[in-house]
Design a binder for this molecule. Structure first.
Ligand SMILES: [Zn+2]
Ligand SMILES: [Zn+2]
Length: 318
């Protein structure tokens, strides 16, 4: 499976400011001193090989939207945050006029997870089929309502695609176009659901908008079993541990530290920090990532857990 991140920011999309851009350009120019970068090719190679992530990249960007490919014709995607707009453009370009079948797995209906749907190109394309999977009975209502007047000019009923809503049951595994999917109830305002996907002997867990307190043994064990042996866990690490246990306790999100602990207990192979706090700039997210890696090193047991921070455009082959 290939996992592709189209939106990795939590709660609200963000973009770099002109000051961020100015500083990055200035840093790059200083570092490029004396190098013969007289063609685009040489300059791109310099950027890719010699600049730090904090200068050459940025953590997203768009709100939650994560695609995965299995080699089948059908598309698979988790959540319709603002990342659904570029994902939709990608689908339409790749299909080149052929109708697409898109399976969408919805964690919950908070605005940052549905806001991209009115801008999702395939929804307007006659012949396209979109299957919306989720555990909330109000899913269809939430998606229709956000396009009602006066909030949006095109009502849901005028969308060209064939859109179906399919209710999943937490804890029950179902096969969707060759992928086994199991939803899991999570602690979050209005409830949210994580998904475990399995295909071709590989597995990954999409676990966003979920608070784990680790003070209830049975609940911790339930989550650990859900993560058990996963090749990748995409984890809501919106806060640092200090924030998660103090001012932001009960806000329905988790921290980098809890992510490391749960993944270690579950024997997961890779942890992707996700749903980044919109107030955090790239330097703050880099610090959260470094702290998580340091903790993993200090507490490592038999096997290394690889820790990364997801960014828009990141692809991971499982
Ligand atoms: Zn969210
Ligand atoms: Zn939420």
């Amino acid at each position: 499976m290939r996992v592709r991140f189209w939106g990795t920011r939590g709660s609200m999309p963000v973009s770099l400011t002109w000051l961020d851009l100015r500083d990055r350009l200035a840093q790059a120019l200083v570092l490029a001193q004396g190098k013969p970068l007289d063609t685009m090719e040489k300059a791109v190679s310099f950027v890719e090989r010699e600049l730090d992530f904090s200068v050459s990249h940025t953590f997203g960007g768009h709100s939650s939207c994560v695609e995965f490919e299995t080699g089948a014709d059908a598309y698979f995607v988790c959540d319709m945050g603002s990342g659904a707009r570029p994902f939709g453009a990608h689908v339409l370009a790749r299909q080149a006029g052929r109708p697409a079948l898109i399976n969408v797995f919805m964690s919950h209906m908070h605005w940052d997870h549905i806001m991209g749907f009115p801008f999702f190109g395939p929804a307007y394309a006659p012949g396209c089929r979109i299957r919306m999977y989720g555990c909330h009975p109000e899913l269809e209502h939430a998606l229709r309502r956000q396009q009602d007047p006066p909030s949006f000019p095109v009502p849901f009923s005028q969308l060209g695609a064939r859109i179906e809503f399919i209710r999943l049951v937490p804890g029950e595994t179902r096969e969707v176009d060759g992928v086994r999917v199991t939803p899991n109830l999570q602690f979050h305002s209005g409830d949210s659901y994580g998904f475990r996907f399995e295909h071709g002997g590989r597995s990954f867990v999409y676990n966003t908008d979920s608070e784990h307190k680790l003070d209830d043994n049975r609940e911790t064990q339930r989550i650990v079993e859900f993560f058990r042996g996963a090749d990748l866990v995409i984890f809501d690490a919106m806060y640092s541990l200090a924030e998660a246990v103090s001012v932001k306790a009960d806000w329905g999100h988790s921290s980098n530290v809890v992510g490391v602990e749960l993944c270690q207990m579950a024997g997961a192979k890779k942890l992707a920090l996700f749903h980044h706090e919109p107030a955090n700039d790239d330097a703050a997210i880099t610090r959260i990532l470094k702290d998580a890696r340091r903790l993993e090193e200090l507490t490592r047991q038999a096997r290394k857990l690889e820790v990364i921070a997801a960014y828009d455009g990141l692809e991971i082959d499982l």
